[in-house]
Design a protein around this ligand. Structure first.
Ligand code: NAG
Ligand code: NAG
Ligand code: NAG
Ligand code: NAG
Length: 373
């Protein structure tokens, strides 16, 4: 039930990105329309042994993914790059988050269609890549880890990669090009795919293994690679619905798992969707506790690359509670990344875009309460 809710809710959440057809400009800012488990095994076998502080805290800087639907289509008209000028100042935002809030990781979602100029299997589009790279370079300049997130739900134009849609070879080709370009950039991390859903998880794990081989084979031997499971990478469904078991055997070409980190998401509203301003749970006992135990048992780590809520008292309470638990378990949780800053404006329910401009930006209340360090 919760996992089903995870799906439908995240579906709505992400659909907000694809209804940008009604972009409104208000005072120069982008306005989105409207609002736009296993039981916790209380195994005492392994107690948290972390430092009490996760390594990475940050936010998403969205915009290059706008127009992507959960069916893996992207309407390129709706891309809204947070690169300043006529667009939101993503570089300024990351400077603010880095210097004022101690953040050290940013996730930069981008649509597959955008980065290859709509040509499946084609070369990276130089004009589009130049814009995306501009955001990436301004991220790197802060000293943070910068995640390249292909935001396509394991799909190209409605069909699943390697399962009747784009071929594994086409997807591997994408990642080979990206990894070749950034193989010497230590602080780039490779977010293989945002929120796969309704995939055959065993086949999908085989696809992810091919991508890992390709990234390492291209010479990016040390950077972090994020491994995404099924069910919109739900932290709550990761163990119970087969993602953990399927992704666990993925290795580097040298058979190690160094740098191979599981990618999980979690929202805290009534239907786990990330569409409501109020939060109702911290999902510790149903998601983060059992996942922590599983990760510890298997000697692995996860990164929560999307979490958040409305700028409300309930979300401040529950998100801070969730993140306190994650910090206590910093041996298995590498960190968390809030959703979302970037091209979202203050009308978006889950906005983390700071107000103000230039060197005078201010945090939204949830960032101030739970994410700033
Ligand atoms: C893409 O978005 C534009 C702008 O919102 C809209 O006019 C157009 O109809 C959309 N195209 C498709 C194929 O949905
Ligand atoms: C588990 O995976 C199946 C197959 O993809 C899917 O239909 C189902 O909704 C998933 N269940 C949960 C709880 O996410
Ligand atoms: C999250 O918490 C809510 C409220 O306690 C619960 O209904 C839901 O099943 C939980 N979901 C997950 C995935 O942990
Ligand atoms: C990796 O493991 C496989 C299967 O056990 C083995 O055949 C291969 O030689 C190993 N490769 C390295 C580099 O250790």
């Amino acid at each position: 039930m919760c996992e089903l809710d995870d799906q439908s809710s995240d579906f709505q959440h992400k659909n907000e990105l694809s209804v940008l057809s009604s972009i409104l400009f208000v005072g120069g800012a982008l306005a989105l329309p409207g609002n736009v488990a296993a039981r916790a095994s209380t195994s005492t076998a392994a107690a948290p042994s972390g430092t009490g502080k996760v390594k990475y805290v940050g936010v998403n800087v969205a915009g290059f993914d706008f127009g992507v639907g959960t069916d893996g289509t992207q309407n390129l008209t709706n891309v809204y790059p947070p690169i300043g000028g006529q667009y939101p100042d993503g570089a300024g935002q990351m400077n603010h988050f880095s210097t004022k809030d101690g953040m050290n990781i940013f996730r930069l979602p981008v649509g597959w269609q955008y980065i290859v100029g709509g040509q499946l299997g084609g070369n990276l589009n130089s004009a589009n890549l130049a814009k995306y790279d501009q955001l990436l370079q301004s991220c790197l300049k802060t000293g943070a880890v910068c995640i390249i997130d292909i935001h396509n739900y394991a799909r190209w134009n409605g069909k699943i990669i390697g399962q009747g849609g784009a071929t594994n070879a086409q997807f591997v080709n994408l990642w080979t090009q990206i990894a070749t370009r950034y193989k010497s950039t230590a602080n780039v991390a490779f977010g293989v795919m945002n929120e796969p859903h309704d995939v055959d998880i065993k086949e999908w794990a085989a696809t992810v293994q091919l991508v890992v081989n390709a990234i390492r084979g291209a010479g990016a031997t040390t950077q972090m690679i994020l491994l995404p499971g099924n069910d919109y990478t739900s932290a709550g469904a990761f163990i119970t619905n087969g993602s953990g078991a399927a992704l666990l055997p993925i290795t580097n070409p040298d058979n190690s798992t160094t740098g191979l980190i599981f990618d999980v998401h979690k929202y805290l509203d009534s239907d786990n969707s990330g569409t409501h301003a109020e939060c109702v749970t911290d999902n510790i006992s149903t998601a983060f506790q059992p996942l922590a135990t599983w990760l510890r048992t298997n000697g692995r780590q996860a990164l929560n690359t999307e979490t958040g809520g409305g700028n409300t008292a309930s979300c401040a309470m529950y998100l801070c509670s969730q993140l306190a638990f994650v910090n206590e378990n910093s041996d298995v949780y590498l960190g968390y990344v809030g959703w979302s800053a970037g091209s979202f404006d203050q009308t978006y329910t889950l906005v983390m875009t700071p107000t103000g401009s230039g060197n005078n930006m201010q945090d939204t209340s949830l960032v101030k309460a739970c994410l700033a360090r």
